[in-house]
Design a protein around this ligand. Sequence first.
Ligand code: COA
Length: 330
Amino acid sequence: MKIKNAGIIGVGTYIPEKIMTNFDFEKIVETTDEWIRTRTGVEERRFASPDQATSDLCIKAAEQALLSAKIKIEDIDMILVATCTPDFQIPSTACIVQKKMGALNAGALDINAACSGFIYGLTLANGLIKSSIYKNILVIGAETLSRVLDMEDRNTCILFGDGAAAVVVSQVESGYGILSTYLGADGDLGEALTIKAGGTRNPITSERIENREQFLSMKGQEVFKFAVKALPNATLQAINMAEISPEDINLVIPHQANVRIIDAASKKLGIPIEKFYMNLNKVGNTSAASIGLALGEALEKGMIKKGENVVLTGFGAGLTYGSLVMKWSY
Ligand code: COA
């Protein structure tokens, strides 16, 4: 069997209209714009409107990705939705997207790898295209995190935002596209970032709601310590597997969680910070949407040209991490 090259042939993004600034949060919890900016780099983020759920954000980004790839929805044979804030537990958000977009020839699957989800999705798509199982895969990263934020917990509510990013992955010319992928997980640290209630372990009860266990909770410093190691390590693994060196990288698109984590990764890798694309000041941490949103923005600004080496790298709940290297193909 001839091995094909897989790569991104179109990108689309969507962020909701409602802007929540740090000053808005000063009115909700005991915090300051200065604290949030200096500790995280975030200045504002977007929150979905009450009538929007994750599938709605997915569809807006996916429609753009199809236009950019010049491909019809009937040509998509698989929809992968990376999200940890699905519309429902059942059915999957991917199936809702499949139905609403009329993707009559597509399978549909959700991936929960939290903020690493977009890279997990791209890695699966890469394998499915390379092995000729599928031709065109829609990979979407999307979150409506505002619905699971505890607006009484200043440790978490100021960090996150809503959004979606979608890409079409297809066969590309030889030598281009995804050159390497590297995924990992450390389930030992799962409790550092969790929604305790609502699954089969701790079904929702009024007592659990009273304890606010239906919301996201986080041990920030544990996640921080993990991230400053995992992000550069995963990046370096993917770079080595692509048989290139850090100097060959044109642009790094990291998960947009915290500017201090990205700074630490830049120093550890010896890749100048100017090569790290950041938009977290405007959108906050949008989990599975984060890397795709930044990718879409960098492309729109003309910062990625055909033949350039781009690294996507992230970490998230699970805890999970992952990186991939692409030679941009259009
Ligand atoms: N406003 C003001 N003060 C705040 C605050 C806020 N929004 N959130 C926390 N604080 C306080 C804490 O209560 C603590 O006060 P204390 O010393 O009186 O107890 C103090 O600030 C320092 O808290 P600490 O947790 O040590 O801050 P930090 O420098 O570690 O920064 C994070 C906190 C959350 C910004 C940081 O740990 C982080 O970014 N972690 C990684 C989180 C992440 O990336 N999550 C997503 C993973 S995908």
